[in-house]
Design a protein around this ligand. Structure first.
Ligand code: UDP
Length: 321
């Protein structure tokens, strides 16, 4: 199979590229390295089945050629991370809406299956015990930049399902809940790599707000297994699937766990949201997936515990420790 991965030099995309190469697939990656990193794919470049194209996905001619040559598209190129969204909302909206629009238009031209990688962020700030694919969503006001990410990704999802309904284009939407793992950078604000780097450097771990807010962190290696199940030609077309862990932890407990596992002497420092993200930030207090759908249909469930995943990340950063 020939696989195209947009954003394949990013954290999740590069793991997917590596996995597909291991499975003997021919892999094409298109990435403009805006948030991705060449180092993530460097070890794959000697492989004759691996092809890297340094380009923005808005280059239609290049994207058209790549899509025409592949059997399936994993669309991961996107502006991600709350910090980036708050700092550069124009880029977030344009990359997500225009980029996905073009990917779908071209995939439709060549009738190629597309896996749209979306986000639990689209569920917004509702206080549901867990979120199911068909749940209502509660987003904050348009004046708060954070929600531009959820809205841009929602449009991506609507458009993908519209192509399925109108043109029978095989698309699957994967809503990821806080994916973590080796290679993820803390630079764009993601809490787990930030805490681990802070702990390993002996710096204070910065808990925003009270730390009572909870998340469920899923190992990227588990996410890849879900992608591969949904990539099969007949699997999940025209449907949405939550992909995440159901092991819930507060951010305060996460900080304590990271300190404990790394054996760090770092203190935990509590910061108001305004100090972290600027005025007008809204956080969600809880975000847990209901994964019954993918579990019942495809038998998928996460295999890695949070502690195991944290250890994988710590070992990658600190191989001797
Ligand atoms: N967070 C934190 N300290 C940090 C970075 C993030 O306390 O240095 C908090 C953040 O406010 C949120 C949670 O950790 O409540 C998860 O943040 P992340 O940006 O990783 O993901 P998301 O908010 O998209 O779930």
């Amino acid at each position: 199979m020939r696989v195209l991965i947009t954003g394949g030099a990013g954290f999740i995309g590069s793991h997917l590229a590596e996995k597909c190469i291991k499975l003997g697939e021919k892999v094409f990656v298109i990435d403009d390295l805006s948030t991705g990193d060449y180092k993530n794919i460097e070890n794959l470049t000697p492989n004759q089945n691996f092809n890297f194209v340094l380009e923005n996905i808005l280059n239609e001619a290049v994207l058209d050629r790549l899509v025409s040559e592949c059997d399936i598209v994993f669309h991961l190129a996107a502006a991600v991370g709350v910090t980036l969204v708050m700092k550069d909302p124009v880029r977030t909206i344009e990359t997500n809406v225009e980029g996905t629009g073009l990917v779908l238009k071209i995939a439709n031209r060549h009738s190629k299956k597309v896996i749209i990688v979306s986000t639990s962020e689209i569920y917004g700030k509702g206080m549901n015990e867990s979120f199911s694919e068909e749940d209502d969503r509660l987003l904050g006001p348009i004046t708060r930049s954070r929600w531009s990410y959820a809205c841009s990704k929602s449009i991506d999802e609507f458009l993908a399902l519209a192509y399925y309904k109108q043109n029978n284009l095989p698309v699957v939407i994967c809503r990821l809940f806080n994916t973590i793992g080796p290679r993820q950078t803390g630079y764009y604000g993601m809490v787990v790599p930030k805490f681990i780097d802070q702990a390993l450097l002996g710096k204070p771990l910065t808990v925003f707000g009270t730390g009572a807010q909870t998340r469920c962190f899923c190992c990227v290696l588990d996410v890849l297994e879900a992608f591969l199940l949904l990539a099969k030609p007949e699997a999940g077309n025209g449907e949405v699937f939550n992909i995440g862990s159901i092991e819930e932890i507060s951010i305060e407990k996460l900080a304590k766990k990271v300190v404990e596992i790394t054996g760090s002497k770092s203190e935990i420092r509590y910061l108001p949201y305004e100090a972290a993200y600027g005025e007008g930030f809204e956080d969600m207090q809880r975000r847990k997936p209901n994964i019954n759908k993918i579990q019942q249909r495809f038998g998928w469930q996460p295999k890695y515990s949070l502690a195991e995943t944290l250890k994988l990340i710590i070992n990658e950063r600190n191989p001797i420790g």
